[in-house]
Design a protein around this ligand. Structure first.
Ligand SMILES: *Cc1c(COP(=O)(O)O)cnc(C)c1O
Length: 375
């Protein structure tokens, strides 16, 4: 009996092996200098990432959650302030709002894009609204021109949650270079991932960049001179050295993800499941998603998941409970509203394996298995 090969959600080992020599050399170089915190690799990576994103400043930090937290601190948000965001995201987006004592205000999603429905944003604005956090979920950019117009009209800040969308762009602007501040995560399974935790902020505002640099390093502008209460939120040299090897390859990785997504769409075209958009809605301009996840919708979600598991194929439910229904959030919202699209999608969504090196026969096996369940 031949045993079936398991298909994982992501195969980090496969990617490491393709660039092993460069990574191992970069790590060995850090070991030989024993400069582990805030050395040349972090400085160089910040410059290279800023150039890639087309921003004046990139500020590395410890993880994506901290990036969101530092961004809201740098903007001066606190108790009494309201921040509009999506209920269909990872908890970190809303945790950051809670960390500064501000109030999350959720607006429902567009089930076609999984992103915040921009048309619902304006009616959620009150006298207390200070900022909007769009999340480019699963790597699909939000409609930033519509959001920017609303933010300008109501004098609101925009903090982009780019944790799932490194390298995505709208027309010639990279995600993370459009709002006031972009927040990035380098968690190992993200599109640009290091070998531990890592994060970064991007901005074109020099004043905010300076505040962020001070906040991530214990509120000090000069060693042992602390002007404000800050944090220990640094990216370490080893992670920066690894990221410097991966950053020049990110477009190639994202293109490979898009190719996997296209293959899924072709092979599932006549199968009764709802597919994600291969390209952003045309009204948004030229925008290409970077497929952090490939997420389908089906009323038979649980049966599909079970059938895949039987074939040793991984799948994941991102996310089973929208944030407005999370126990940690219920007492923090100004009103208990329902968000029917987010609730419906949470019950029907299933993310399939996707990573740049995913073999064609694995994609076929996933699609065949799904087809057998729904036909
Ligand atoms: C991963 C993620 C974060 C948090 O990033 P960490 O580096 O894990 O702290 C924030 N927002 C979203 C949407 C994410 O997917």
């Amino acid at each position: 009996m031949t045993s079936v090969q398991p298909i994982p959600m992501v195969d980090l080992r496969e990617q490491y092996l393709t660039i092993k020599q460069d990574i191992d050399t970069a790590i060995a170089d850090v070991l030989s200098t024993t400069q582990f915190i805030m050395g040349s690799n972090v400085r160089e990576f910040e410059q290279e990432a800023a150039d890639y994103l087309g921003v004046s400043d990139a500020i590395a930090c410890a993880n994506g959650t901290d990036a969101l937290h530092l961004a809201l601190r740098a903007l001066g948000l606190g108790p009494g302030d309201e921040v509009i965001t999506t209920p269909f995201t990872f908890i970190a987006t809303a945790e950051a709002i809670a960390y500064v004592g501000a109030t999350p205000v959720f607006v429902d999603i567009d089930p076609a894009t999984y992103n915040m429905n921009v048309e619902l944003v304006e009616q959620a604005i009150t006298d207390n609204t200070r900022a909007i956090i769009p999340v480019h979920l699963f790597g699909l950019p939000c409609d930033m021109s519509a959001l920017s117009a609303i933010a300008k009209k109501h004098q609101l800040h925009i903090v982009e949650d780019c944790a799932q969308s490194f390298g995505a762009a709208i027309n010639d602007s990279k995600i993370g270079a459009i709002g006031d501040i972009g927040c990035h995560s380098f968690f190992p399974s993200k599109n640009l991932g290091c070998f531990g935790d890592g994060g970064m902020l991007s901005t074109n505002n020099a004043e905010l960049a300076e505040k962020l640099r001070v906040l991530r390093a214990h509120g000090s502008t000069k060693q042992y001179h602390h002007t404000i209460i800050g944090y220990n939120s640094r990216l370490d040299e080893m992670q920066a050295a690894i990221l410097r090897q991966k950053l020049p390859r990110i477009d190639q990785y994202n293109q490979a993800r898009h190719n996997v997504a296209r293959a899924y769409c072709e092979q599932l075209a006549n199968v009764n499941v709802q597919l994600p958009l291969l390209n952003a809605p045309a009204a948004m301009g030229e925008a290409t998603p970077v497929f952090h996840q490939f997420t389908i919708l089906s009323d038979k979600r649980d049966e599909i998941k079970q059938a895949l598991a039987t074939q040793k194929i991984a799948s994941a439910i991102y996310y089973p409970i929208p944030l407005h229904l999370q126990e940690a959030m219920v007492d923090r919202m100004p009103a208990k509203l329902s968000h029917p699209h987010a609730e419906n999608v949470a019950q029907r969504c299933l993310s399939l394996p996707i990573y740049p090196e995913m073999p064609a026969d694995s994609i076929q096996r996933v699609c065949k298995t799904i087809e057998q369940v729904v036909s």
